[in-house]
Design a protein around this ligand. Sequence first.
Ligand SMILES: Nc1ncnc2c1ncn2[C@@H]1O[C@H](COP(=O)(O)OP(=O)(O)O)[C@@H](O)[C@H]1O
Ligand SMILES: [Mg+2]
Length: 253
Amino acid sequence: MHVVAVWSIKGGVGKTTTTVALATLAALQGLRTLVWDLDPQGALSHWFRVTPRGRRAPRKLVSKGTPLAELVRGSDLPNLDILPADLSHRALDTALARRRRPAARLALKLAPLREVYDWVFLDCAPSVTLVSEAVLAAATAVLVPVVPSSLSLRTLEQMRQFAGEAGTAGVPLFPFLSMVDRRRRLHRDNAQALVGAGTFFNAAIPLSSAVEQAAETLTPLPLAAPTSAAAQAFAALWQELQQRLATLTHRPA
Ligand SMILES: Nc1ncnc2c1ncn2[C@@H]1O[C@H](COP(=O)(O)OP(=O)(O)O)[C@@H](O)[C@H]1O
Ligand SMILES: [Mg+2]
């Protein structure tokens, strides 16, 4: 089971869009896929039209007694399940803080699902919290969408620093370019410089009206516009992610 977090400390950089696209591609390929919506704004849950089951879900998500499987909802897509969130999930951080070894908790909760899913995607909130620490400890790898604006590299550096301080420096952060506007010179120049800096994925997601339209109709891009340049870029990202993970030696504790 691969656990891939899609995380940035910035909002509006394409985390949820990316999670939706990659999870859809995995499910279409017949891989058993779970997406955990860790953002209390619940954008991903809205996308798949699912809401959390019952009350006190945040507490149950981190408690010893309730297996995650009990909180999982199906989606309209075969092979794709969702652990949904709503605004009440802003309490997740506090609920986590009350547990013993909070940073290890998400990994512990996910462990029994190892035989059930091939891929787990964590759609993260744009924050640096205890939940983020637990995400880093649970993830096999972290995908970081980076919009090529001037402060992107500093953000990435801050995220690396946080991972180091959280004691999870071993988990690879995989940055990739997101929402690239080739008409803008700043974007072109920064995109080139960022990819030139080495650690970036080759796949880069263009700013695209097809993505906006897919969001409007709540249809994952690979289904809404499979031949669009953006959908093809996500397919390339998915390929690259699988290749990188196949050669990875890091495993979460
Ligand atoms: N490649 C793209 N092209 C055009 N619009 C995009 C693209 N990626 C994301 N968006 C739009 O930008 C907004 C923020 O994207 P989202 O994935 O929700 O970001 P995050 O999860 O990082 O906050 C959404 O309205 C989304 O439809
Ligand atoms: Mg989001």
